[in-house]
Design a protein around this ligand. Structure first.
Ligand SMILES: *[C@@H]1O[C@H](CO)[C@@H](O)[C@H](O)[C@H]1NC(C)=O
Ligand SMILES: *[C@@H]1O[C@H](CO)[C@@H](O)[C@H](O)[C@H]1NC(C)=O
Ligand SMILES: *[C@@H]1O[C@H](CO)[C@@H](O)[C@H](O)[C@H]1NC(C)=O
Ligand SMILES: *[C@@H]1O[C@H](CO)[C@@H](O)[C@H](O)[C@H]1NC(C)=O
Ligand SMILES: *[C@@H]1O[C@H](CO)[C@@H](O)[C@H](O)[C@H]1NC(C)=O
Ligand SMILES: *[C@@H]1O[C@H](CO)[C@@H](O)[C@H](O)[C@H]1NC(C)=O
Ligand SMILES: *[C@@H]1O[C@H](CO)[C@@H](O)[C@H](O)[C@H]1NC(C)=O
Length: 401
């Protein structure tokens, strides 16, 4: 199922806006992913287990069709294994998916979900990852852990100047203002949605909703729109999207306080060391760990049917809209989303994949038609679902926030 389908629709209508002076806020459709063809757009990590955050998971593969599938409603499901009894010293299977394409400024990501993962020890995210990640920056669009009740958005940067303040209008609440990894224990500049409909059980009870992320050199805006308020202009079949119709964003990072243009430049830094560990985080919304039990021994091993019954994404679609006129490295009709198309050199993707985070590819592309190689800021989209177990590191490293 992962290899069926073709790339044809990826290329449809890509260049509609090229050269005709589209409004800055209006973007033509670039790629769409839903149903069985959803999996065509994603690949799996090369590593077999979580070797960056030491989460207690093995990454699912294309063979794990009980974890990555299209359900009877035609929606894509990406889930943590909740049927296997995991023995001590083993890990639990969970999905991590990375977009095959990469993206740059001038892109809008739309993700429509009816369920997002939650539960004690569960951590799910939908995010972008810059070139040379983790050093190169990250946009966290959706991220939730344990039994929290609201979504957390964030940027992560390395060096340079990037903060968020209240000078832009947003409906979310700023929790931490400095985006640099070296600040705030690497939490990034976080903004919490103020509506319970944005995460957990309340999310699906409200029918889910749509996360829209507009990334330009001027700002990064994230909207979460609960199902009841989703406008008809936001749909899997919409051939274009005008972000000016979406109202006040849930979070807005402005270039007036953040050097967005350079957020994703390759930088070489060492990430911060250890920080507050997991237990403190876990106990914010889940029972305190007993005795010498850890998150791993309490939740991950043995029967997972109760703990992980809600540890899944259920998705209607993901659409990517791109202002082709602004695509770096293109300027011609050869590269719909410019950046992405030009940087596919990077990895030999294993088949395709489903969910998790957006990670980036090489921030370099060459355009033989129009001259020199240009350094670009580019990202991949990815999905991830991990366990927040063994997490001194998870906090410390911060790049999964
Ligand atoms: C496209 O580029 C122009 C000129 O750099 C800029 O003013 C405009 O905001 C950009 N549009 C988008 C959607 O980023
Ligand atoms: C994780 O594993 C992959 C594949 O073996 C490797 O390329 C990468 O460097 C590893 N990352 C870390 C942090 O060890
Ligand atoms: C996932 O696939 C691996 C082998 O690729 C297999 O060992 C494991 O049992 C599978 N787990 C599930 C839940 O499908
Ligand atoms: C963003 O700025 C860079 C230069 O810093 C430029 O090359 C690129 O075309 C700009 N992209 C957009 C979408 O305006
Ligand atoms: C933003 O405003 C809120 C409410 O007035 C305040 O609690 C918060 O500290 C402010 N944050 C920043 C970063 O200025
Ligand atoms: C596992 O999770 C699925 C939802 O993804 C749920 O329908 C199913 O009942 C759960 N299985 C068990 C054994 O609890
Ligand atoms: C990424 O870009 C750098 C800088 O141009 C280049 O040296 C490197 O070979 C590229 N890596 C891949 C995997 O394409």
């Amino acid at each position: 199922m992962f290899n069926s389908g073709t790339l044809t629709f990826l290329l449809g209508s890509l260049m509609i806006g090229a050269g005709i002076g589209v409004k800055a806020t209006e973007y033509p459709l670039s790629e769409k992913y839903s149903g069985t063809s959803f999996f065509d757009g994603w690949k799996f990590p090369v590593e077999t287990y979580d070797n960056t955050t030491n989460g207690d998971v093995f990454w699912a593969t294309a063979q794990n069709t009980s974890l990555l599938y299209v359900n009877d409603a035609g929606r894509v499901v990406l889930k943590v294994d909740n049927t296997t009894s995991v023995p001590y010293n083993e890990k639990r299977y969970a999905p991590k998916l990375l977009s095959k394409e990469t993206y740059g400024p001038g892109t809008v990501f739309v993700m429509d979900a009816t369920h997002v993962p939650y539960g004690c020890s569960v951590w799910g995210a939908f995010w972008t990852q810059g070139a040379y990640w983790p050093a190169g920056g990250e946009i966290d669009i959706f991220e939730g852990i344990n039994q929290r009740t609201t979504n957390m958005m964030a940027l992560h940067t390395s060096g340079g100047s990037c903060t968020i303040d209240n000078s832009t209008t947003m409906t979310g609440r700023i929790d931490s203002a400095d985006c640099d990894q070296s600040a705030n224990s690497g939490s990034g500049c976080t903004v919490y949605d103020q509506s319970d409909n944005s995460y957990g059980e309340a999310f699906s009870q409200a029918g889910g909703g749509v996360f829209v992320t507009e990334w330009t050199n001027e700002s990064i805006k994230i909207w979460f729109i609960s199902r009841a308020n989703v406008p008809s202009s936001l749909s899997s079949t919409a051939e274009s999207l005008d972000t000016s119709t979406l109202g006040t964003p849930t979070a807005e990072y402005s270039s007036s306080t953040c050097d967005i243009e350079h957020l994703f430049e390759p930088l070489d830094i060492t990430l911060c060391g250890d920080f507050a560990g997991l237990p403190a985080l876990l106990q914010q919304t889940c029972p305190a760990l007993q005795g010498d039990k850890t998150c791993y021994t309490t939740y991950v091993i043995d029967d997972g049917s109760t703990t992980y019954a809600n540890a899944y994404f259920e998705l209607n679609y993901i659409n990517i809209y791109a202002s082709s006129s602004n695509s770096s490295g293109s300027g011609s009709a050869t590269s719909p989303s410019g950046i992405g198309k030009a940087t596919t050199t990077i990895t030999a993707g294993v088949g395709s994949q489903t969910s998790t985070k957006i990670s980036s590819t090489n921030g370099t592309t060459s355009n033989s038609a129009s001259g020199p190689t240009i350094g670009l800021k580019s990202v991949r989209l990815s999905w991830i679902m991990g366990m927040v177990g063994s997490v001194g590191i998870w906090m410390g490293v911060g790049f999964f926030w």
